[in-house]
Design a binder for this molecule. Structure first.
Ligand code: SAM
Length: 290
């Protein structure tokens, strides 16, 4: 995707700038430090659509030249465009990887939506930042998040991942193996979290990643606290997805949303945790446990 940003000769009111003012703002924009009020023209040579799943950003060759004169509030839109453009570059980079692309291809449009590539990169980073050697994942799906985690974990680290769906697990196993992570690095367990988690060892894990059944997040958080060593990290995905139905006074409370909010509040208010809410993809709530 190519997005061009250049200085505009016109301000928000459509008035032509003096050559001197235009030259100054052009200089700032060229250096990458536009100031509030600098008129900016953004040219979109191609229109870009991003699928909800975070799967490959598809550039559709719908030639559509748009030019906008942006100042003040609208400048924020320009900044967001740059931020999104950087994210798209990350996504495209990730999807050059055959195994990851395979996981995203299989998951797109399925009932097991994968984490956004930006959220995947955050998972890889978080696992690497604590040198994770033992990680539990609830909700394997087609293997995208598991592969991101494996890529961040220590070389001898083991991912224990569970899913109630055998087809998802089989696909994830093939994805891991294609990426060079065999049975010695990934333990895939079929079963519901309620069945599998109680079989895992107390305090035996560095990181627990949760990406299934938001209604059960409060229960999963309790289990994660049992499984994590002191100083271990819990990461919950999809905490910023927002209401599933239209808003309004008559909207019935959504049990999934209520459960997610309960977990966010619990982590925020518990002084023992060191929390971090990452507004990436559908939202990652991460916390270091006491
Ligand atoms: C959102 S998808 C996971 C996507 C995956 N983390 C990724 O990024 O590729 C949720 C997965 O959890 C599984 N699942 C749903 N409820 C579950 C439960 N109670 N226990 C275990 N797995 C469950 C579904 O079969 C589905 O594959």
């Amino acid at each position: 995707m190519a997005i061009n940003v250049r200085s505009s000769r016109f301000n928000a009111g459509g008035r032509r700038l003096s050559s001197r003012r235009h030259a100054r703002s052009r200089h700032r924009i060229a250096l990458g430090f536009p100031r509030a009020g600098d008129p900016i023209a953004i040219i979109f040579p191609r229109w870009v659509t991003i699928r909800r799943s975070g799967a490959p950003a598809q550039c559709q060759d719908r030639p559509r030249q748009r030019e906008a004169v942006i100042t003040g509030v609208e400048e924020t839109a320009a900044r967001l465009t740059w931020v999104r453009a950087e994210q798209v570059r990350f996504e495209q980079e990730a999807l050059r990887d055959d195994a990851l692309a395979d996981a995203y291809d299989a998951a797109t449009g399925s009932m097991a939506p994968p984490v956004d590539p930006a959220a995947g990169a955050a998972l890889r980073f978080l696992a690497a930042s604590i040198g994770a050697r033992s990680v539990v994942e609830i909700g394997t799906g087609y293997g995208a998040s598991g592969l991101w985690l494996l890529r961040g974990m220590a070389r001898d680290g083991i991912l224990t991942t569970m899913d109630s769906d055998a087809v998802h697990l089989d696909h994830a196993r093939a994805v891991f193996s294609r990426a060079g992570f065999g049975a010695g690095r990934a333990r895939l367990i079929r079963g519901t979290a309620a069945e599998v988690l109680p079989r895992l060892t107390d305090g035996g894990y560095d990181l627990v990643f949760v990406d299934a059944e938001p209604r059960s997040y409060p229960a999963f958080l309790d289990e994660a606290l049992r499984l994590l060593r002191p100083g271990g990290m819990v990461v919950l995905h999809g905490v910023l997805t927002g209401p599933s139905g239209p808003d309004g006074p008559l909207r019935a409370p959504d049990p999934a949303e209520t459960a997610v909010r309960e977990v966010i509040q619990g982590i925020r208010e518990d002084e023992g945790f060191i929390p971090l809410l990452l507004p990436i993809g559908e939202g990652l709530l991460t916390a270091i446990r006491p």
